[in-house]
Design a protein around this ligand. Structure first.
Ligand code: AGP
Length: 608
């Protein structure tokens, strides 16, 4: 939610800001703005709309500033208007602030500041920071001290950056709950909401912790405690991603590129963790950790769907009772954590605020906590006892695809490892499962070869308003995920149901205008699902069926048939998710929608 960037160094700062915002635009894209110190003056430009609007506003201007900051907004407080875009400034236009998060007590602060004569021009919560800074600086505080004293008055979640005319060549940043990363370059310092924005300048990064203040200037950086102001140091870590990962590499959209990367993601996530001959799964991450008696998983969105598959696998392969909760619900319940419980937080970004809060709750209740995340440098990773890093690489498309795949593979590995260690799985069964798992990457390649089928079927959905996805057992979560993908990028109302539930209500929705997508792999539940699909045909619904490519019975009932490579039911979620991602992709693209940046969404949800 919102992307922020700040730079101090020898380069002209405007291109640094624009390129940084381009990499952060996936976090929010309602408005964009920048503040720079240009020839001793504070210059602020901000526009509603995408980054392009800001670029147009500054086109032809020759800025020479080398200190500045930029913001791409995902609106929380205040409509999408120029005046509500960041940066926000104080009454004199001498102090600029950009912010990610929510200031919960902003109304009280705002009222108090107005009483003192401050004039507000926006509807945002953020603007109070600029005026509070003004109060401090007018009272004689230095930029650093003013930022600290201001932050101490704020309730809620924030990462904010301040820049002031009176303090050239300096930016101060404060973090509480919202993510912020410092990039330590050679003679240049850069701050960003997320690592990809920094990679062009440095691979040495320091994620800020809650309660950190950092100042960047021409001498380098310095950390201070928000609580008492004392100075301390943090050591940079090196990240491996290269800047090219943040490019489309010839694909029309990041989402399409990321869908096609999944066979490699599977191989990378399995690499070094599984011995195909013996079937032995070795997970260094869990060394020294006993196999749990119970597991409680918390996650949101797509990560929640992967976790639902995970529950199935952990119970099937390791016979460990597992519950899965939406992190946003879990954190406000009174969960029961029994001795021997392992908490698992599943989150691509590692920054989803609800998942972080749920993990903290699990931990406070005595559970060992594990993070399954794509971001080893994230807050969730830092706060977990064990981090299982999925090897999806950088995911830019707002709709999660390859990170979902990596999470699925993580669950297969963890379930096999636990099942082997607690004696549920014998050597022969383990070897069999290992060989199934290692064949999935190739099967995914086969599915991607006939992406054209999905493109053709998708044409039928351009005018559709409602869709139903059905699956059973381990594929019920895949129906949920398929529907979510369709909803979030094509804006078609789509619902996932357990196929057996259709007749308990949702069947009332079916008619010739409501397509049903049925997941029908060979396996124990085949006949049950087949019957459920027949019920839809009887209500005239057009039926898209994903089934084994040789399955004549499935072909016979399908309006559109998606042929799948043979796979055991237990492993089918991996390959059956791909056509559903492609169906959503081609539908959204065919409707001319912004696939990578769907309306109202943000990649990383760091507000409650
Ligand atoms: C997926 O396509 C969504 N954009 C969204 O549901 C996402 O999975 C959710 O916000 C959780 O994010 P996380 O995995 O980074 O915690």
């Amino acid at each position: 939610m919102c992307g922020i960037i700040g730079y101090v160094g020898p380069r002209k700062v405007v291109p640094v800001i624009i390129e940084g915002l381009r990499k952060l635009e996936y976090r929010g894209y309602d408005s964009a703005g920048m503040a720079i110190l240009e020839k001793g003056e504070l210059v602020v430009v901000k526009k509603r709309g995408k980054l392009k609007a800001l670029e147009e506003a500054i086109e032809g201007k020759e800025y020479t500033a080398t200190t500045g900051m930029g913001h791409t907004r995902w609106a929380t407080h205040g409509r999408v208007e120029d005046r509500n875009a960041h940066p926000h400034v104080d009454c004199k236009g001498a102090i600029a602030v950009i912010h990610n998060g929510i200031i919960e007590n902003y109304q009280v602060l705002r009222d108090g500041l107005i009483e003192k004569g401050h004039v507000f021009v926006s509807e945002t919560d953020t603007e109070v920071i600029a005026h509070l800074m003004e109060e401090q600086i007018d009272a004689g505080a230095d930029l650093l001290d003013a930022a600290r004293k201001t932050a101490l008055q704020l309730d809620g979640a924030f990462a904010f950056l301040v820049l002031a005319k009176a303090f050239p060549g300096r930016i101060v940043a404060v973090r509480r709950l919202s993510p912020l990363v410092l990039g330590v370059g050679v003679g240049e310092m850069i701050l960003g909401s997320d690592t990809p924005a920094l990679l062009e300048y440095t691979h040495r990064i320091i994620p800020l912790h809650d309660g950190d203040i950092v100042e960047i200037n021409d001498k380098g950086y310095a950390f201070y405690s928000l609580e008492d102001g004392h100075a301390f140091d943090r050591t940079p870590m090196t990240v491996q991603w290269n800047a090219a990962a943040a490019e489309k590499q010839g694909y029309k959209h990041f989402m399409l590129k990321e869908i096609h990367e999944q066979p490699v993601v599977i191989r990378d996530t399995l690499y070094g963790r599984i011995d195909i001959e013996s079937g032995h799964v070795e997970l260094e991450e869990f060394q020294g950790q006993p196999v749990p008696d119970h597991i409680s998983i918390v996650a949101a969105g797509t990560s929640y769907h992967a976790s639902r598959v995970g529950k199935y696998l952990l119970e099937e392969l390791a016979r460990i009772p597992t519950e899965v909760s939406f992190s946003s619900e879990y954190r406000y319940q009174r969960p029961i954590v029994r001795p021997g419980t392992m908490g698992i937080a599943v989150t691509q970004s590692g920054e989803t605020i609800d998942t972080l809060a749920a993990l903290r709750l699990q931990r406070s209740l005595g559970a060992k906590v594990v993070a399954i995340t794509n971001r080893p440098e994230s807050t969730v990773s830092r706060e977990s006892d064990v981090t299982f890093v999925t090897q999806a690489g950088l995911e830019i498309g707002v709709a999660a695809t390859k990170s979902f795949m990596a999470q699925l593979i993580a669950f297969y590995l963890i379930a096999l490892n636990f099942g082997q260690r607690n004696g549920t799985l014998d050597a022969e069964t383990s070897a069999h499962y290992a060989s199934q798992l290692s064949s999935l990457s190739q099967k995914c390649e086969q599915v991607l070869e006939y992406a054209g089928i999905m493109e053709t079927i998708a044409r039928k959905f351009y005018k559709v308003h409602d869709m139903i996805y059905v699956g059973r057992g381990v594929n019920y979560p895949i129906a949920l995920e398929g529907a979510l993908k369709m909803k979030e990028i094509s804006y078609i109302h789509a619902e996932g149901y357990a196929a057996g539930e259709l007749k308990h209500g949702p069947i009332a929705l079916l008619d010739e205008d409501v397509p049903v997508v049925g997941i029908l792999p060979k396996g124990a539940l085949y006949e049950k699902i087949y019957s459920n699909l027949q019920e839809s045909i009887a209500r005239d619904s057009p039926l898209v069926v994903l089934a084994d490519r040789k399955d004549k019975r499935a072909q016979a009932i399908a309006t559109d048939f998606i042929p799948m490579p043979p796979v055991e039911e237990l492993f089918s979620p991996v390959i059956y998710s791909l056509p559903l991602q492609l169906l959503a992709y081609y539908t959204a693209d065919g409707k001319g929608l912004d696939v990578d940046q769907p309306r109202n969404l943000a990649k990383s949800v760091t507000v409650e």
